[in-house]
Design a protein around this ligand. Sequence first.
Ligand code: PHE
Ligand code: NA
Length: 500
Amino acid sequence: APIDRGRFSNKTVFIMAAIGSAVGLGNIWRFPYVAYEGGGGAFILPYLVALLVAGIPLLLLDYAIGHSQRGSAPLSFRRISRRLEWIGWWQVAICVVISVYYAAILAWAIQYTGFSFTQAWGDDPETFLFQDFLQAGEPGVTLEFVPAVLIPMVVLWAVTIVIMALGVQKGVGATSVIFIPVLLIAFGALVVQALSLPGALEGLQTLFQPDWAALAQPAVWASAFGQIFFSLSVGFGIMITYASYVGRKIDMTGSGFVVGFANSGFELLCGIGVFSALGFLAQASGLGVADVVADGIGLAFVAFPAIISQAPLGALLGVLFFVSLVLAGFTSLVSILEVVISAVRDKLELGRVQATLVVTVPLAIISILLFSTTSGVYVLDIADYFINRFGILLAALVAMVAVAWGVRKVPWFAEHMSRYGSIRLGGWWKALVMVVTPIALVIMLVQETITAITVPYEGYPAWMLGLFGWGVAGAAIVAGVLLSFTRWKATTPMEAPEAD
Ligand code: PHE
Ligand code: NA
């Protein structure tokens, strides 16, 4: 008989899990910088347009696919049409790639939580990060392990495996139900502390100062759409998988709006916290805020250590910041792994624990081998850049066009979602997901492709960009296609079951 796939016990658990996936490193270390670069206060306009015109509509499409087909990404796509199954496997492959490096960043954040007390970075956090902590050599590949990264990675993967083995409700759901409120408290406390630092107001002024001229630049609009897609975790199978665990009569459309606005609300909070702290750093170093602005790894592991060293109660600020990173990132890691585990369960009809081990043990080994060595940081940087563009964005576009124009199922999905949804999906939604959002995605992808081809990312050697960038993104597609040709168990029904 087909397996018991597991389910979320109620709507709140589902919403928390979806918020847990959406709220991640992107909110904390990506949004503040993207908003600042994209016109500061004026960025609110493209950002809200992207959220309402593309982000939430696409989120609702993902929900519709998973909730109506009641399967993992590959099974859901297959139930829609056999010819679309490969898209689901492509999304699974993308999640495999992301999970292996996402875990490394979380391991760094775990270490830096401890470093907040000792200020191990001294007065040069940048040199400390690359030379002392990561022991990064020349760009290349080595097999020299770095114990300070290896140990937290092993611990992190061990904890992750236990949680994933606990299943949909007791593992995935319960983690978010606990972690998301704690995250809100921790980051809320960080915002309060950061706001009280000298220079905080200059920081906020720098972030919110509206540059209306930015709105005339297409690149600003593209970055708003890019941020929204990444931030909502749409288009790579996560929301399909989570929605497949939700009861038939649950209000999915209202939930989608709650998740979308909660994620954006948290992003705004992150902007305030991060720029208050950067304002303090600027003042303490006698520089302008623009001189200390950073994002990503540079923000979290270089700028924040400098802030922690100089701020009153710096250790507290550090713990709040790095714990927030770990909590936000962990619930996202869980969500990408669930995509893979769910697909493997559906495909092989394995038990929960068995499927968890089959998926996570090899991933843990690959992740640790690749990213606890001295070359890990470069591989990570390249894979992240490429898989976000030529993985997630491209897969989202292909899925959307296939569903909207290949099998023409959007009206059917609108009806499905409207049956128990508090917000009806009418002509507005169909027009957005069939026409407007695909066009926005095409424009962005063309721009990104031109950039990636003409400007070698961060000046890395061509062989590294080819292998870990184009190679990995391309391999995800090939893996998707190949997997779609393998056999399903005869007991797996190819029609979505009615009741649950
Ligand atoms: N939505 C996440 C964020 O904003 C991104 C993400 C989710 C990345 C899940 C990987 C896995 O950070
Ligand atoms: Na997010």
